[in-house]
Design a protein around this ligand. Sequence first.
Ligand code: UTP
Length: 292
Amino acid sequence: MIRPLKKAVLPVAGLGTRFLPATKAMPKEMLPVVDKPLIQYAIDEAREAGIEEFCLVTGRGKDSLIDYFDIAFELEATLKERGKKSALEAIQQSSVRAGSLVAVRQQEPLGLGHAIWCARSFIGNDPFAILLPDDVVKSGRSCVAQLVDAYNQTGGNVVAVTEVPHEHTNRYGILDTGSDDGKLVEVKGLVEKPDPKDAPSNLSIIGRYVMMPEIMEHLSKLEKGAGGEVQLTDAMAKMIGHVPFHGLRYEGTRFDCGDKAGFLEAQIALSIDRPDLGGAVKEFLKKYVNQI
Ligand code: UTP
């Protein structure tokens, strides 16, 4: 029987060095794309997939991420008093159900695999989703919901994948593929950041995963991989052949907001079709394009 998927882990303990100095006193995951912080996009996407329990893996200086999900009583009262209905709705939508969000600490940023392992007590023996808030996915149906659909069909690990230019394989986790129906791809192998000449394909994993709890056994060995970090990809690779394992070509567009250019693109992509902003965005884009 396929176990229902109700839990998600969101690792947010990284140092965010690519956004210094902005991230000196503020978590990267609190950076806003238009008017919502990155963390809120990830939580909303997970909720749309029916996920009810969230675990943030945090570290030093990341407490504002937890505070963000509190109810802001004074602010709500002031907004009510002033009749600011849409602002009130916006903050009410951003809080979560009491007791549904927990935080665990990763004392040292030893890698993504280590961060996930820090959530082992929260996971216990349940399947779970992982969302890296750096990746924002614009899609009709939530990307995690698409993964959950695939999990309900296959009963094993599912990772969201997208094609990347061959010369960029050394930036991502890359799949070695088996059978492929154009949407769901069997995973035969996984390599972290391979040199383009050694890459088995150009299908790259994005920051959305559905994992079986057995991943924790592999992570518990805390073996260091690429860059001297405990890599999630290495632990996932050990599960191939033991649990069903697939890549899903999800429908949607991913923006890598951990990278400055990706972050800027997301600001435009997520505002250009908004009724309140689209017109202004198109106007200034025209102005800047004319200057090129
Ligand atoms: P990144 O590779 O983007 O690292 O982590 P980073 O530290 O956040 O950012 P840069 O590269 O220094 O600018 C990918 C995801 O894994 C989490 C990060 O918070 C991010 O969500 N992570 C990474 C951890 O939680 N712990 C780690 O030890 C490493």
